[in-house]
Design a protein around this ligand. Structure first.
Ligand code: SAH
Length: 217
């Protein structure tokens, strides 16, 4: 995601009803926050949030939390929610958090998430940065703590090296594959339910096949 410092983004985020302001106060409180017992799905590295908001609109019985580390990027997601709301399209099942994914266990209690999406995560190609990759064993361990027993992780990317890494890391840690394809858009069954992310649209338009992998324990 392109980085720019946008003046005032922290202020806009700071007063948005969609943004959780003190996420460390939230472990164990997500049901209360949403006011229901619906499942909670999180996208880590949501970017401008299109996937998350489209999912939230078509799944009103699921709560969605978008996690993004840069306020300049999160700002776009917040603005989108405000525009939708102004046109009468209020999504009560969406929240955002500006945070580093590493801190996920400080924000969700044990088993509080039903699903985690990692869409087009940063590849961190250098070997010495492997532990920063969102599907690394270090991250899988954190996800394991916050996911329900039958919780699922879904990966999508066009980056084959990152995808192969995700498959290796999940296998090594004993996660079981529910789905695996190296060309999602050519798979009629998987495609039917697919919701495109911003990056997915961009990279598939360039002719890159999209890989998808779903795992559970
Ligand atoms: N999921 C979106 C955006 C993909 S770009 C899409 O598919 O269109 C990856 C995004 O993840 C960027 O916005 C980046 O800032 C964010 N990100 C990368 N590493 C992160 C981390 N460790 N914690 C939180 N967000 C992260």
């Amino acid at each position: 995601m392109r980085l720019r410092n946008i003046t005032g983004s922290r202020e806009v985020i700071g007063r948005s009803r969609y943004v959780i302001q003190e996420p460390e106060q939230y472990p164990g409180k997500w049901k209360e926050e949403f006011g229901n017992c619906h499942p909670v799905y999180a996208e880590i590295g949501m970017g401008k949030g299109r996937f998350l908001t489209d999912m939230a609109r078509s799944h009103p019985d699921i709560n969605f939390v978008g996690i993004e580390k840069y306020s300049s990027v999160l700002l776009r997601a917040v603005q989108k929610m405000e525009t939708l709301e102004a046109s009468g399209d209020f999504l009560p099942n969406v929240r955002f958090i500006r945070m580093e994914a590493e801190d996920i266990t400080k924000v969700f209690g044990e088993g509080e998430l039903d699903r985690i999406y990692l869409n087009f995560s940063d590849p961190w190609p250098k070997e010495r940065h492997a532990k920063r990759r969102l599907p690394s064993r270090q991250f899988l361990e954190r996800y394991d703590r916050v996911l329900k027993r039958d919780g699922v992780i879904e990966f999508k990317t066009d980056n084959r090296a990152l995808f192969d890494f995700a498959v290796d890391e999940c296998r090594a840690a004993g996660w079981k594959a529910l789905e695996l394809t190296y060309d999602l858009h050519a798979d009629e069954r998987l495609c039917r339910e697919n919701v495109m992310t911003e990056y997915e649209e961009r990279f598939s338009a360039q002719g890159n096949p999209i890989c998808k992998y779903m795992v559970c324990r």
